[in-house]
Ligand binder design. Structure first.
Ligand code: CA
Length: 599
């Protein structure tokens, strides 16, 4: 601790000299963060718990506002498809209460898994969607089909429902406190509790603490990096939906773009309670057929594949692809009926607009643009069509989240709420601003409780020696890769042009939302993060593998979207943005070693 304080004091001295140094080195090339001596954090030391898990509730009975409901031994075996050693699973709840607004009971539910042989580290597993369920506390290391977890590595891992017990409906948003718990306060409450719990079990608090997740979990990660920088040494942010309410609004805007193109009709809609009513509305999933999206994907591939140095059915240089490809020039225009080989002029306009990003009627951006990527043809549940048409019209996803959690005041009644009508009737001029609104009952806006207070300013995290690694699939249809690049650029700007002393962004070319797609999506970014935090080893390229047919005996771990022309286990380097994995010019194109991260 004393050593860290000394380093911090030194840092302030260096900062005071910076303007002079920058003046001498000219503009644009500032490198203050790497020039500054950030404190080095000591490596975590292992410990063991040799006692009986079932006695833990007695030991843990003094945690404030916390009830332990069970503590059981989990024998060595498979957890989240990964071989895992014996551990204790402790389940509990914090801050039990009954809402004065909706009359429903609430608490912050959690489980924490405590290895008998512990590596001295804590991992907060931030979950996806609108939370509401305690996912198995295994601790994801990034991507899909991971071969290890934080738990299998020996971390103590916590997972929570973020303060409400309803995973499939968004109606908890009626309760003001449940909104805040979901946004940030569950992490704020659970983190010190978990550290105290760990101390009670092992005799010491965690030496090092990490928080990671993807999607909403990536949002939690950036929120924690901003709000709870004093609590975490390493942050792993996957597909960070750090502008989540804006992304949801953009989805509703998208539904309104697709509607005029639809050839099919929807004749009934259902509430969360299963009450159906007869309607006659456009079926937006018919705006672009799978054949049309596959055709667009092939056109993108044709134009962009070779830009990374090799035509290998993989677009590695996504930035160059944006300059090379255009819907107007590279997608055939239908001269007759739609047959899957062309798009109508109206379809081309919508596809361009959707990638340019949602805007209100006066042209003001409501969210980010999206890059064109060959993954647009994905037919998986994490792919383009599933998100743009399915989740954008479902009660539990974008319409419901916007109606009940993200707009103030909440805009609908749970008993009658249906997704598609809400999306079609959402007013992007008068309703969209409600994600910034407050009221007497709802004193924080959604953009206040969901977004990091200032994602560009992570100086507190930086200055204590903590590190952050982000990753994002370039084919992500819901949280735009471009939005994450915008964040990273703002972080660089706030650090005189270079945040590399404490932050890395790894694009995952072709990956859908958090996993899947025409991508090498099996990777582990947790080990590089730990090595950076605890050994000062800054990460460079990280090898990722495809999960094609035959790469795993577990069917769920095989990615059906790996192209047949690829070796099923093809590897590629993940490269720190803005470098790109480029073919070296010789050797097998199926092997990462023959690619290098270059600008
Ligand atoms: Ca290529």
């Amino acid at each position: 601790m004393h050593q860290n304080r000394k380093h911090l004091a030194m840092r302030h001295t260096v900062l005071a000299l910076l303007p002079v140094a920058l003046g001498l080195s000219g503009c644009g090339g500032g490198d203050s963060s790497s020039a500054v001596d950030l404190p080095a954090l000591a490596a975590a030391l292992p410990a063991t718990f040799s006692g009986d898990c079932t006695t833990l509730p007695t030991v843990l009975g003094t945690l404030p506002n916390t009830t332990i409901t069970s503590a059981t031994t989990v024998a060595a075996g498979t957890v989240a498809n990964v071989t895992t050693a014996e551990h204790c699973r402790v389940v509990g709840k914090m801050n039990e209460r009954v809402s004065a607004v909706d009359g429903n009971p609430y608490y912050i539910g959690f489980e924490i898994r405590l290895p008998k042989t512990w590596n001295g580290r804590f991992f907060y597993q931030a979950n996806g969607g609108t939370d509401g369920a305690i996912g198995t506390a295994s601790g994801g290391v990034g991507g899909g089909g991971a071969l290890s977890t934080a738990l299998s590595k020996g971390f103590a891992v916590l997972s929570s429902d973020a303060g409400h017990q309803s995973q499939t409906t968004p109606f908890f948003g009626l309760d003001p406190q449940a909104r805040l718990d979901y946004g940030y306060n569950a992490v704020g409450q659970l983190t010190p509790m978990a550290k105290n719990l760990i101390k009670s079990v092992y005799g010491k608090a965690p030496d090092r603490s990490y928080l990671g997740g993807c999607s909403n979990g990536g949002r939690h990660a950036l929120v924690a990096a901003s709000r709870y920088a004093d609590q975490y040494d390493g942050i792993l942010a996957g597909a960070p939906g750090y502008n989540l309410p804006k992304a949801a609004v953009a989805q509703l805007w998208g539904v309104q773009q697709y509607a005029p193109l639809a050839t099919g009709r929807i004749t009934s809609v259902a509430t969360a309670a299963g009450v159906t009513s007869t309607v006659d509305l456009p079926d937006v999933s018919t705006a672009f057929t799978p054949a049309e999206l596959s055709m667009v994907s092939s056109k993108i591939l044709g134009k962009c594949d070779a830009l990374d140095g090799v035509a290998d059915a993989w677009v590695g240089d996504v930035a160059a692809c944006q300059a090379a490809f255009s819907v107007a020039n590279d997608v055939p225009t239908c001269s007759g009926a739609r047959d899957g080989t062309c798009l109508t002029p109206a379809q081309k306009t919508v596809l361009s607009n959707v990638h340019s990003g949602a805007k209100n009627s006066s042209g003001t951006a409501l969210y980010s643009s999206f890059p064109f990527d060959a993954g647009i043809g994905s037919t998986s549940s994490s792919g383009w069509a599933a998100w743009k048409f399915g989740n954008a019209t479902s009660v539990g996803r974008d319409p419901g989240a916007t109606a009940f959690i993200f707009t103030t005041p909440p805009q609908a009644n749970p008993t009658t709420f249906t997704g598609l009508p809400f999306a079609l009737n959402f007013n992007v001029d008068t309703d969209a601003p409600k994600i910034f609104a407050t009221s007497g009952l709802y004193t924080e806006s959604a953009m206040s409780f969901m977004a990091p207070p200032n994602p560009a300013n992570l100086s507190k995290l930086r200055d204590r020696g903590a590190k952050i690694i982000a990753y994002h699939g370039t084919s992500d249809p819901i949280f735009s890769f471009n939005d994450t690049v915008s964040w990273f650029q703002s972080l660089m700007a706030a650090n005189n042009g270079d945040a590399s002393s404490f932050a890395r962004l790894y694009p995952v070319a072709g990956m859908n939302h958090c996993s899947g797609g025409m991508a090498v999506d099996q990777f582990d970014l947790l080990d590089p993060l730990v090595n950076w935090v605890e050994k000062g080893a800054a990460p460079a390229s990280v090898t990722a593998a495809a999960r094609g047919t035959g790469t795993s005996a577990i069917a769920a771990l095989v990615n059906a979207e790996v192209p047949a022309t690829w070796s099923p286990g093809r590897t590629r380097p993940l490269c720190p943005w803005p470098t790109v994995a480029r073919y070296n010019g010789s050797g097998s194109t199926e092997v990462a070693a023959n690619f290098s991260c270059k600008s």
